[in-house]
Design a protein. Structure first.
Length: 281
């Protein structure tokens, strides 16, 4: 049995589908099992990852755990998993974990999560993806209003990755002991500017879209309206100060899966319906 946390998220939902389609027993941790849409064969369970004691039922019989980072008591959560019989943890981390910058809010929770897993006594695999292609879904409200997409950090190319590929690597790690003790740096096959992504999306949708970069002051104001300031500071350190490299392409996806990473155009084609539902007012 494999337990997938964040089972309805961008990566978790793809991982549950991959494991279920492979005929592997999979348990999906969800908030409401009656409302969750899961593939046939996946077992919905509930529990609060910030309250490890609530996970007894979810962990029963589990040997492999796909774990999200950043919960309040990672050591306690991992101890509960170990005591329940979990043998291997695949942790979704990020490139900023390598910085070990405890003064950066994002790097801090990634770093501390990896440390907790290392110290848990469990076998582990770390996944360190860079930006997700699915971040483009944040543009949906703008595309409902018109054909201009305004973006922060417009001059920074990013080798974004399709969550489908992250899930495929996670599934391979969970189903094979060959990835224990390994850190997988995960990217797509090309580093694209936001304007490049918008251009690809325009071609897929048949719309005349335009990308406009926000100034740093505009970007900060918009970001602070939607997230705590310490996280805004973290992203400014990454993309303005240049502390995090999201441009370098890593060969890991092809090394693990034997195929190239999916392109942004493939991702856009698969999610075109979500964008086509937007209407220019």
């Amino acid at each position: 049995m494999i337990l997938v946390t964040g089972a309805t998220g961008n990566v978790g939902s793809e991982l549950v589908a991959a494991l279920a389609s492979a005929g592997r027993p999979v348990r999906a941790l969800v908030r409401d099992p009656h409302r969750a849409t899961l593939p046939a064969g996946a077992e919905p369970v509930t529990g609060d990852l910030n309250r490890p004691e609530s996970l007894a039922g979810a962990l029963d019989g589990v040997q492999g755990l796909y774990l999200m980072p950043g919960y309040a008591d990672m050591p306690g959560l991992l101890a509960r998993a170990r005591d329940a019989g979990v043998r291997h943890v695949v942790l979704l981390s990020g490139g900023s974990a390598a910085l070990e910058d405890l003064g950066n809010a994002v790097s801090r929770y990634m770093t501390l999560s990896e440390r907790a897993v290392r110290e848990s006594g469990l076998a582990w695999t770390f996944l360190r993806p860079r930006s997700f292609m699915s971040n483009a879904l944040r543009w949906l409200p703008q595309l409902e209003a018109g054909d201009v997409v305004r973006v922060p950090f417009a001059g920074v190319p990013v080798a974004a990755i399709d969550p489908y590929d992250i899930a495929a690597v996670a599934a391979r790690a969970l189903l094979s002991g060959e990835h224990e003790g390994r850190i997988h740096e995960l990217t797509g096959s090309r580093a694209l500017l936001p304007a490049d992504q918008v251009a690809v999306l325009a071609g897929v949708l048949g719309r005349d879209l335009r990308c406009e970069g926000l100034t740093n002051s505009q970007a900060r104001a918009e970001m602070e309206a939607g997230m705590p300031v310490e996280y805004v500071d973290a992203f400014f350190q990454f993309f303005v100060d240049g502390t995090l490299d999201e441009t370098t392409v890593h060969p890991t996806v092809e090394d693990v899966l034997g195929r190239p990473p999916r392109t942004f155009e493939q991702w856009a084609q698969d999610h075109a319906d979500a964008f086509r539902q937007t209407r220019k007012r």
